[in-house]
Design a protein around this ligand. Sequence first.
Ligand SMILES: [Mg+2]
Length: 366
Amino acid sequence: MKIIRIETWASTRVGFVRIETDSRHEGWGQLSPFNADLTAELLHRLLARRTLGTDPIDHEQLIEDLERHNHKFIGTFLYRALCGIDGALWDLRGKLEGKAVCELLGGTPDPMPVYASSMDRKRDAKGVVETLKPWRDACGARAFKIKIMQVNGRDVDVWPGRSEDLLQAMGTEFHDAALLIADANGGYSPDKAIEKSRLLRDCGFSLFEEPCHCQDIPGTARVNVEGVAPVCAGEQDYDLVRWQMIFDANAVAVAQPDLCYTGGLTRCLKIARMAEKAGIPVMPHASNRSMAMLYAMHLMRAIPNAADFLECGIEGDSGPGAPLEPPLRMVDGRVAFPEGPGWGIQVNPDALETFRRDHYRESRQA
Ligand SMILES: [Mg+2]
């Protein structure tokens, strides 16, 4: 069996990849969200030619070859594109064997407990708490995440006192939650983060996400070791060498690779094994309900060191992945796996029509 055709549909926000074989089997994957039109272009320029004509079974070698061959282009966009091909090939293999992706890896697609994750930095403490309450009361969520400080803010808050007010309000309203996470998106210096970790702990927060700039591994390690709230981080990191540095430095208590940013399930499984060796659980970054969340669900059901909860973004219904059917929904605090082999989802062709106008390309075997 050979791959004969690769198609992409992309908007600026999200893009999808369809791979077809000479036996007329197909698989669907997703490019990394954000600037997906650029990523699709890169996929056809850098990755398509070496992918066409290869055997789609046991595609781990292909993923490694594509990375090695593009050594001059190592960087986020390479992996953002690679996750589209990797995702489509896992879907294809699942469909060929009649299994969900996690079943191919020895796992079972049991519903996944999730935490309700707010991206909101515009509302005040009362507003954020009111937004999260229905996710507890109507959807059964037992775990929550909120955003504090300005993104990469050098110790500057969105407005003075917002983060402190929000931490305290969350601690009061959600004092019996199973997990509270405060995500600073790199907003603090290490010293200020260590100081603030006491407030997180006193308000009942169990995890301090990305306290310092993502490139500051030593500073993040200081917060994890010297602070009193354990650190989770890693969503920006795609490089396996940097991941080993993160584990060696004891920079995180929980690892948060993003399956799209890291190039897909195949490479993220390697990061999960590195984390397992370090005795660290994996809680993938999956902030919108696109295929990124599906990828993460299957990873977590296939590894022994998955954390207890997966991220579920609460803003918007389906995030940038609107063409997916069925949409992923939280019921009783959990998200069910769509039934069916591979990723278990269909890409809605009506929704793709708007993508086709936006940015459509295909590569075929000559
Ligand atoms: Mg984050």
